[in-house]
Design a protein around this ligand. Structure first.
Ligand SMILES: NC(=O)c1ccc[n+]([C@@H]2O[C@H](COP(=O)([O-])OP(=O)(O)OC[C@H]3O[C@@H](n4cnc5c(N)ncnc54)[C@H](OP(=O)(O)O)[C@@H]3O)[C@@H](O)[C@H]2O)c1
Length: 429
């Protein structure tokens, strides 16, 4: 029997999906027909042939058409994507989406509606592009008690950091290279400020821990402040910089699970599995009991990998229809229970700090005293290069409370010998 799908969007990913469906690799995809494609402009040249009568700007019509069996949303953005997804669900249609922004912010509403309507919403392409992390977290890995999910989930920033580490480029040079290769947009804020990674970790945390993680509550720092000097010093100590999206169990407060969820540049030991993920690739490291550690890595974006994840979801839908099996939503436990998040001030971490101070006797002692007053114990404090009587002092702390470290730094900033504290980064092992 023919299975009729409606596509919302025919851009980078939509075009890749049409190409894959025009040359189906699996018997179950052979009966799939692209019944309608919704776009913004009918006049735009397209890289794939769609019969003109199937191309439309009336997307409302697609999601409510009784002849359409499933909707694939590949338009991006919050609205009208959210309303169209909800309307498709309301009309009893399963939905496949690659839209991390809408799921991270409206996942609860969408999955609640899907639960009521008894339809599936699949989103493999929304996190990690071609890496099958969503289905893995939903099924195979969930038998274990997941303790931590750390991800390099933004290819643009991983490319920039790789260029800085491998070519010695500055942040501005590496960003310009990313833009020239089409990895970064003209306004790169969503990538370099960590917002895109925060959308993705909100979804992964929801999957891994079965709770709703409010996107706006996730602390998020980008990579603009990383200098080539920091990258060089970190390397001397055996560390590399990665923009990590982190979700892990922090502590149990009574029956409530407190999660530590955050996005920020992180110094990782060069021996960590995520330290060797370079360029635009993504990777997700999952640790659980009795699972142990698992790493999934591969292309985190791009037309082919993302389309492959979308069509994989379509195959899942078809396979379940074929067997008549009930298809649970990936985030079935996503709504209803909001996670308590650990405040950043309460975080316990090691820190890397770079201080610019006058090259005078006693400076290191004064800095050390400030740290000591705030219970911040130091693993090492080293004077590095000296320029025009200004010394660069680099400090690695032991595991300390973030609030204590920041209070000590506020005091250090007031020392007459201290000119600036250009760098403060968290270290993970
Ligand atoms: N590109 C990637 O590598 C990648 C990777 C993972 C996930 N994703 C996600 O996949 C989704 C699609 O990304 P993309 O890169 O394919 O986007 P894109 O190239 O910008 O394409 C968007 C498509 O949606 C249509 N569209 C957008 N707003 C519309 C509206 N209001 N009404 C009607 N049509 C509208 C556009 O129509 P016109 O063609 O007429 O302008 C276009 O065909 C996004 O959620 C994105 O985050 C993308």
């Amino acid at each position: 029997m023919v299975y009729r799908v409606g596509l919302l969007g025919l851009g980078t990913v939509g075009t890749g999906v049409v190409q894959m469906l025009q040359q189906p690799q699996h018997p179950l995809l052979q009966a799939v027909e692209i019944a309608a494609v919704g776009v913004r402009s009918l006049d735009k040249p397209r890289q794939v042939r769609i019969p003109p009568e199937r191309l439309t700007t009336n997307l409302e019509q697609i999601v409510s058409d009784p002849e359409i069996d499933a909707v694939i949303e590949l338009m991006g953005g919050l609205e009208p994507a959210r309303s169209l997804i909800l309307k498709a669900i309301d009309h009893g249609k399963p939905v496949i989406t690659a839209n991390k922004a809408v799921i991270a912010r409206h996942g609860e509403e969408i999955f609640q509606a899907a639960a009521q309507a008894g339809v599936a919403v699949l989103l493999e392409a929304a996190v990690g592009g071609g890496i099958p992390i969503v289905q893995a977290l939903q099924h195979s890995l969930r038998a274990s008690r997941i303790q931590a999910v750390w991800g390099i989930v933004n290819g643009t920033t991983n490319f920039i950091l790789s260029q800085m580490a491998q070519q010695g480029s500055s942040f501005a040079e590496a960003l310009a290279q990313a833009q020239a290769r089409g990895y970064a947009e003209a306004d790169p804020s969503a990538d370099v400020e960590g917002w895109d990674a925060a959308d993705k970790i909100a979804i992964l945390a929801g999957l891994a821990f079965g709770v709703a993680v409010p996107r706006e509550a996730i602390p998020c720092e980008g990579i603009r402040n990383i200098s080539s000097t920091d990258i060089r010093y970190a390397r001397e100590w055996g560390y590399t910089f990665k923009l990590l999206a982190i979700a892990q169990r922090a502590a149990a407060q009574g029956s409530e699970t407190v999660l530590d969820v955050r996005v920020h540049p992180t110094l990782l030991p060069v021996t960590h599995p995520l330290a060797n993920v370079h360029g635009v690739d993504n990777a997700v490291w999952v640790q659980g009991d009795p699972l142990g550690q698992v790493v999934l890595a591969g292309p985190g974006a791009g037309q082919g990998p993302t389309a492959s994840a979308v069509v994989g979801d379509l195959l899942t839908l078809r396979a379940h229809l074929q067997t008549g099996a009930y298809l649970p939503n990936p985030l079935w436990g996503f709504f209803g229970r909001a996670a308590a998040l650990l405040p950043l001030a309460e975080l316990e971490s090691e820190f890397y700090v770079r201080v610019l101070a006058q090259d005078q006797p006693g400076v290191m002692g004064a800095i050390g005293t400030c740290f000591g007053r705030h219970r911040v114990s130091l693993e090492s404090i080293t004077q590095k290069e000296c320029h025009q009587e200004q010394a660069e002092i680099v400090i690695l702390t032991h595991t300390v409370r973030e609030a204590d470290c920041r209070q000590a730094l506020a005091e250090i900033q007031q020392l007459p010998q201290v000119a600036a504290i250009p760098s403060l980064f968290r270290v993970l092992r």
